[in-house]
Write a protein that binds this ligand. Structure first.
Ligand code: ADP
Ligand code: ZN
Length: 678
């Protein structure tokens, strides 16, 4: 029933998380400059004497000063020996005499300021005036200390701002650096360095990379060059500066790059493209510079940039979406650096991406990443090899059949397989076993494909019956159609978000025919068809089935030219952001109609077949309600053996691994898929 989309493999979701980290709001460095400038401006205008802000003052000669005091205007006299100046605060009643203005304009404590010839003379003068009764206050001296305090208070806000700034920078710059000097290191690359004798030395060689024969062969040349550059340069040959590893997440791209470094015995700098893209403008470019500077010091060496699409996306090819200046300047710096070092400098850049098509063309030009190495999902034999690598540290059952494991994990990446092995060990440990057995591996695979079993989800009897009918519908049809994927098992145990599931083993094929697609579509519709036929209602449980079918029909008609009304036409549009359809309104209508027609046809076909096989279908549904899980063997007992041999079976009996695929086929969208559940 509520069928779940194929879960993404671990690698993909990891990638997403990694990318999300960088989606924090970006604080532009210019803003901080603006804040500092405003603060400085404030200090400049408001600064100076703290008490002058609202009071008037006047510079006078010493003689004038003496006259004022003699006339009895002085309220208070303050002298500063260092500056050689004396301030006389004017009595309120004499403000008008001195300033020719009222208290409103001058403030409460206006003063006049004069330079005095010497401290002794000033002293004598003031004492004389005090004796004469012209001045009743004291002569006080301002100490240097006060000036110091004033200066301090003036620059204190600035210090505070700088402090906050450092704090912010530290926070953002954290993640590896820590310790002292965070602020001074934002522009430093945070590449992880693996080198001989280094702390995180872990020698990975080609032995650790299972499968990927053709990719290994291609990087072999890089190893040769790093080991013996003379051989190439003597002949005037140029070695590529960069190689781009293209493939889905978790297929071992990082592993391969590390293996190259390990084989050649050179240092390995590793950094993720998203590390370049920081909150501050200009940081990315300076990190690129720093990375290359470090690398040149350690040459010969390898720089590995994971997820290069984070910086290498095509530059503003769409004005509507707005450019990303920071990313562009980082990319430009990267291009400049790649051009800047000679082919014989001994630095080789390897980068990984799962989308070579969105990279900026400039990156792929000759002299940069001109070499693309495809690292694909492992096929059956390669999966076997990957299992062998990852089973090494695990205590497995003697009877464990690696063939079976490989067969059960189509579409799994190397990382998924590593995950399965680990998960199986955990499951076995939870059950207190001495070694890890077949059931543990199967449970681990199921869990990775379908999510956790939820045995506690409450279901009414009627719901259970409906789910059983639905799942039995999928199973009945797929069993009885030649090209539908072979069934592994059917369950009505809720798992993840799905309420029940039929598990299939998709064939690993490079091209898919129209018949195969139609049969699969028919089987996917079998759930809803069974509900409608045998319960009289249709339910929400088929939503995912319908979504999948609709997408597939659309793909077949609009992209693969597989409908009679629109034969041999592909309206695929590679531009991500294209809002405009590459076809007319009339064609759009036709496509919609064809999609509807195709799905209606297959739905009808599913209903027909279910009516034909009604008895078997009901037996299956009953068995499901009773046992909750049934396997291919049980279905075979009901319907008899399938007369068709699946290609997967054929493959397994083949001795030699498959030839690397030819270029014509390399772009077919039909990569092996994970076991499907409907
Ligand atoms: P990518 O960089 O392509 O996303 P990684 O190189 O980081 O993938 O692979 C992640 C992990 O998956 C590796 O550390 C390794 O354990 C496992 N793995 C992937 N591919 C292979 C392979 N071909 N052979 C052995 N292990 C693999
Ligand atoms: Zn379904």
């Amino acid at each position: 029933m509520a069928d779940q989309n194929k879960p993404q493999n671990g690698g993909t979701s990891n990638n997403k998380n990694r990318n999300n980290k960088n989606k924090m709001p970006r604080v532009n460095l210019t803003w901080i400059y603006v804040i500092i400038a405003v603060a400085l401006g404030y200090l400049f205008f408001a600064g100076g004497d703290m008490d002058s802000s609202s009071t008037a003052s006047k510079n006078v000669t010493y003689t004038e000063f003496k006259q004022y005091v003699e006339q009895g205007y002085a309220n208070k006299i303050v002298a500063s020996k260092d500056e050689g100046t004396v301030k006389m605060y004017v009595k309120p009643e004499h403000i008008r005499d001195v300033f020719k203005a009222g208290v409103e304009q001058t403030g409460k404590q206006p003063f006049v300021q004069a330079e005095f010839p010497s401290a002794d003379k000033l002293d004598d003068f003031v004492t004389a005036q005090q004796e004469l009764g012209n001045f009743k206050g004291e002569l006080s001296y301002k100490r240097t200390n006060d000036t110091f305090m004033q200066v301090f208070w003036n620059i204190f806000p600035l210090l505070a701002i700088i402090f906050v700034w450092i704090f912010i920078m530290r926070r953002m710059g954290s993640g590896g650096m820590g310790g002292m000097g965070g602020i001074f290191n934002v522009g430093r690359s945070r590449a992880q360095l693996v080198e001989k004798g280094g702390e995180n030395e872990s020698k990975i060689t080609f032995k650790d990379v299972a499968g990927q024969a053709s990719a290994k062969q291609e990087v072999q040349e890089i190893v040769e060059f790093l080991k013996n550059p003379q051989k190439f340069t003597d002949l005037g040959g140029k070695i590529p500066k960069g190689a781009l590893l293209v493939g889905p997440p978790g297929t071992g791209k990082t592993l391969l790059a590390k293996a190259v470094a390990g084989e050649a015995d050179v240092p390995f700098f590793s950094m993720s493209g998203s590390d370049f893209v920081e909150m501050f403008v200009g940081v990315g470019a300076s990190r690129v510079r720093d990375l290359f500077r470090q690398a040149k010091e350690k040459a010969p060496c390898i720089i590995f940039i994971d997820e290069i699409d984070a910086v290498g996306r095509a530059r503003a090819n769409n004005a509507m979406m707005g450019g990303n200046d920071e990313r562009e300047s980082t990319l430009n710096q990267l291009l400049t650096e790649m051009d800047g070092f000679g082919t014989n400098s001994g630095v080789i850049i390897m980068a990984a991406t799962n989308r070579a098509d969105i990279l900026d063309k400039a990156l792929l030009r000759a002299g940069r990443f001109d070499r693309q190495i495809h690292v694909d999902l492992p096929d059956l034999n390669e999966r076997k090899a990957v299992f062998k690598v990852h089973l090494k540290p695990i205590k497995v059952d003697q009877a464990l059949d690696i063939d079976l494991l490989a067969r059960q994990t189509p579409g799994f990446s190397g990382a998924d397989i590593a995950n399965v092995c680990n998960e199986a060990a955990l499951i076995a440990a939870r059950h207190g076993k001495q070694s890890v057995g077949k059931e543990d591996f199967i449970a681990a695979v199921d869990r990775i494909v379908g999510g956790l079993e939820k045995k506690t989800k409450v279901m009414t009897e009627e719901e259970k019956r409906t789910i059983a009918l639905h799942e039995a519908g999928h199973a009945t049809i797929s069993w009885n159609l030649q090209y539908a994927n072979p069934l592994i098992k059917v369950t009505i145990v809720p798992r993840g978000r799905a309420l029940g599931a039929a598990w299939y083993l998709p064939e690993e094929r490079q091209i898919t025919t129209r018949e195969q697609m139609l049969d699969e579509m028919c089987a996917t519709l079998g759930g809803r068809a069974a509900e409608e036929l045998f319960t009289g209602h249709i339910s929400s449980g088929a939503m995912n089935d319908l979504e999948r079918v609709t997408k597939q029909a659309y793909g077949m008609i609009a992209y693969m030219g597989m409908s009679d009304a629109l034969p041999n036409l592909c309206y695929y549009n590679q531009n991500e952001y294209a809002w405009q359809r590459p076809y007319s309104e009339a064609t759009a209508k036709l496509i919609d109609e064809e999609v509807k027609r195709m799905i209606a046809e297959q739905y009808e076909r599913a209903k027909q077949l279910l009516l034909e096989k009604q008895e078997g279908h009901h037996a299956l549904a009953d068995l499901l309600v009773e046992r909750e899980v049934i396997y291919a063997e049980d279905v075979e007992k009901i319907f008899g053996k399938r007369p068709w041999v699946s290609r997967t079976e054929e493959l397994l009996t083949e001795e030699t691994p498959e030839e690397p695929e030819s270029t014509e086929n390399s772009e077919t969208p039909d990569n092996p898929e994970k076991p499907e559940i409907h």
